[in-house]
Design a protein around this ligand. Sequence first.
Ligand SMILES: C[S@@+](CC[C@H](N)C(=O)[O-])C[C@H]1O[C@@H](n2cnc3c(N)ncnc32)[C@H](O)[C@@H]1O
Length: 439
Amino acid sequence: MHWYGTDFNAAHAGFARQLAMASGADVGLFDDSFEDFARRRDLPEFDFIALHGVWSWISDRNRALIVDFVRRRLKAGGVLYVSYNALPGWGAFSPVRHLMVEHANRAGTEGRGTAARIDDAIRFAEKLLATDPEYARRNPQVLERFEVLLKEDRRYLAHEYFNRDWVPMHFDTVARWLEPAAVRYACSAAVNDHVDFLNLTGRQRTLLGEIGDAGFRESVRDFIINRAFRRDYWIREARTLSESERAEALRRERVISVVPRLELPLKVRAALALNKAGPGEAVYAPILERLADRKAVSLGELEQAVMHKGISLMQVLDAVMLFASCDLIVAAQDEGATAGARPRTNKLNAHLIEQARLSGDIGDLASPVTGGGVRVERPEQLFLAALRQGATQPDDWVRAASKVIAAGGVVEEPAVDLAKRARTFAEQTLPTLRALAIA
Ligand SMILES: C[S@@+](CC[C@H](N)C(=O)[O-])C[C@H]1O[C@@H](n2cnc3c(N)ncnc32)[C@H](O)[C@@H]1O
C-alpha cells in the first residue's frame, strides 16, 4: 500500500515525516495546501481517500476543491472517508462557540498570543454562563458541553473551536456537497452506529425501519441520537454483494481482543436484557470465551466454534460488532500483512518509547496485528523501555520510570501510584501488548 497525505501546517507535516522516518514507512507526506496538492502531477488514482477533522474546518472553496479532487482521483469501487461536526448535535452550542471566537478576535487583542486569547475567551464564556443566561436555561446541554470543553487540552481547543472556518452540517447537506464527486453513502465508520439494538429503543428502531430513503434515514437517526460528529464511508460505483458473497467476505474478517479481561460492561448487559434485542447471553458468552485466548480469529472460525449451539453467522456478526463497540476487540489484519508491518511498527514503537522519556505527548503505540494504534500511557511506555533494556521485574521498572519522571521535574497529576501500575502492567497489560506484537 502506498500512502500520501497533506496538511499545510508545516509543523504537523514535519512531525508526521519524523514518525515516517523513524519507522521506515514509505509514505508521501506533503505540506501543500489542498489546492496545491490537487494540482500535483505525481499522484496516482486512489483506492481510498480520507479526510479526518478537515471538512468542518475549511472554507467552501476548499470543500469544492476536495470534492473535485475526489471526482478526478478516486477509483471506481474506491472508498471515501469523511468525518465532520454534525447537526443537530452542535446546534445548541454553536452560539457559544460564536461568542468565544468573537471574544478572541476583538479589536485590541492582536498583541496577545493565540493561547492567551483562547484562555480569555473561555474565561469570559465561563463568566457569562455563570450569570444564568436565558439561552443556557432553554438549552441545558450547553452547560454540559462547556464542562467537557473546560477539561480539553488547549491545543485541541484551538483546532476544534477557534479555527477561522467552523461549519457543522446536516448529513443531507454533506450528501449534496458530495454529489459532483459521484460517491454514494455506504455506511458509518463508527462501530457504535452498527449496534442499534443497544442504542435505540424499539420504537425508534421501528420508525427508522419504515424509512426507505437511506440518506433521510441517517438524518432522522442523527436527530434521534442528537449526533454531534459523523464519520462515514462513501463509495464510488458500489457493487452490492450477493448474500453468499457477503457471508464469505464476513467469514474472512479477523478480530482480536485488546483488553486483559473480556467482559461486557454491566450497563451493556443490563441494556441488552432490557431491550430484548441483539445477542443475548446464550449467544455472546460462548463467542467471548472463544476470543479469550488473545489470538486473532476469523468470523468463520468463531462461527465454527459456536455452530453446535445453533448460533448463526449473523449472530456472530452482531456479537462481534457489540464487542467492538465496547472497545473489547478490534479488526485484525491477516498474517501476511502483520508480518510485513512488524519491522516498521517495531522501529516506530522503539522511537515512541524513547520519546516517552522526554514527554507524555504520544499515548499510543502501533500494533502490526491490528494495523492501528493502541493506547499505552507514559508510565507504561517507560516500563516497556525498562523491559527492553533487560529489566524483568516490576520493581525495576518502577525504579527506572521514577528516575525518568523525576529528571523531567514534572509531577504527574493526579499522583501516579507507579508500583500499583507496574503490577497491573505485568499481570494484565503486558500479555495483551505481547498478543498485539507491541511488546
Ligand atoms: C481540525 S484540524 C485536524 C487535524 C488532523 N487532520 C486531525 O484530525 O487531527 C484541521 C487541519 O486542516 C488543515 N488545513 C486547513 N485548511 C487547509 C488547506 N487549505 N490545505 C491544507 N490543510 C489545511 C489545518 O492545518 C489543520 O491541521
